[in-house]
Design a protein around this ligand. Structure first.
Ligand code: NAD
Ligand code: TYD
Length: 339
């Protein structure tokens, strides 16, 4: 089997490529990635061991000609991870989100159609469903889409396009919607790696608002296993929720990290809330469990211990990232939050 993975130098894509190459000897991967601020060549330094089973192409998923050329290499499946993925950045400026997340998906879907590629897997998010109240049941695949951030609106649009291509052109499209991931190789702008790395550096831990927002956490390797399951066994035209059934208030995650690192609670700083901040996400992943036999395996406490260890052992990796563009972005973001 030959896969075209897009966005494979990012957090989830690189974990996916590493585990797939390791697990299946009969599989090869083309990785198309633009290497934006979030893409990191170092994430896949170990793939050299896999010889011609791995091919990297630097480029943009919105580039029609390039994507067409790659389509004529006849991959069996396209798995679309490539995206602008950070809500806060989408609040600062949504233009790149609409371009990559919507137009990019359209270009890939057209390529799939033109080259008769067997299957298209769209990697989506629980954020397309909007926000839950404290006692609402977790989201199912039947919930309406009610995105509240430019990021989630762009991902919801991409999901709608994927659905439309299935209905209109009878293409084999499946959509996965996952909750918040954590684990090794996550860019330190997202909650868990930001808090771990700031705590190691004895810097303030910025908690938005009252810190009582809830996220449903899943280890990235459980997510990758779910994508593999859906890619092989999912039914064309279906949507599959993926979640960890592991709800935490943000403030409790932050306290847990400080505790594990032996750092004082005085590092916590409550800052202005993110505009449009979704209060709670929770996923019902029963469909994936009942129809395809997947369930999450990694216990959160163990996963977070292993993740903290990874960030302690890979300081060079994240210290290099927390410079340059990242610092400019932080300045802009915290400047905008104050106004
Ligand atoms: P990420 O930001 O870490 O990585 C995104 C990757 O896409 C980077 O390597 C970047 O260089 C690449 N990319 C961006 N624009 C591109 C373009 N125009 N052409 C080619 N490559 C481009 O993201 P992530 O956290 O790994 O998320 C991957 C996917 O999973 C996204 O689609 C995201 O919406 C979805 N998702 C993420 C989470 C999460 O918790 N991180 C949860 C659910 C779903
Ligand atoms: P994030 O990792 O950005 O994921 P998402 O917004 O896509 O769920 O944020 C997770 C939660 O943590 C979210 O409720 C916002 C909050 N948060 C903070 O309180 N402080 C921060 O510095 C960041 C980045 C996030």
């Amino acid at each position: 089997m030959r896969l075209l993975v897009t966005g494979g130098l990012g957090f989830i894509g690189s974990n996916f490529i590493l585990t797939m190459l390791k697990s299946y000897k009969d599989l090869s991967i083309i990785n198309l990635d633009l290497i934006t601020y979030a893409g990191n060549f170092e994430n896949l330094k170990d793939v050299e061991n896999y010889g011609d089973r791995y091919q990297f192409i630097r480029g943009d998923i919105t580039d029609l000609n390039l994507v067409g050329e790659i389509g004529s290499m006849k991959p069996d499946v396209i798995i679309n991870f490539a995206a602008e993925s950070h809500v806060d950045r989408s609040i600062l400026d949504s233009s790149q989100f609409l371009k990559t997340n919507i137009i990019g998906t359209q270009v890939l879907l057209d390529c799939c159609r033109e080259h008769k590629i067997d299957r298209f897997v769209q990697i989506s998010t629980d954020e397309v469903y909007g926000s839950l109240g404290p006692s609402d049941p977790p989201f199912t695949e039947n919930n309406n889409l009610k995105p509240n951030s430019p990021y989630s609106a762009s991902k919801a649009s991409a999901d709608m396009l994927a659905r439309a291509y299935h209905k209109t052109y009878c293409m084999d499209v499946v959509i996965t919607r996952c909750s918040n991931n954590y684990g090794p190789l996550q860019f330190p702008e997202k909650l868990i790696p930001l808090m771990i790395t700031n705590a190691i550096q004895d810097q303030e831990l910025p908690v938005y608002g009252d810190g009582m927002n809830v996220r449903d956490w899943i280890h990235v390797m459980d997510h990758c296993r779910a994508i593999d399951t859906v890619m092989r066994k999912g039914k064309a035209g279906e949507i599959y929720n993926i979640g960890g059934s592991c709800e935490y208030h943000n403030i409790d995650i932050v306290r847990l990290i400080l505790n594990k690192l032996g750092k004082p609670a005085s590092l916590i700083k409550h800052v202005m809330d993110r505009p449009g901040h979704d209060r709670r996400y929770a996923m019902n992943a029963d469909k994936l469990a009942d129809h395809l036999g997947w369930k999450p395996l990694i216990d959160f406490e163990e996963g977070i211990d292993e993740t903290i260890k990874w960030y302690i052992g890979n300081e060079d990796w994240w210290r290099r990232i927390k410079t340059g563009e990242y610092l400019t972005y932080c300045e802009q973001w915290y400047g905008a939050l104050k106004n």
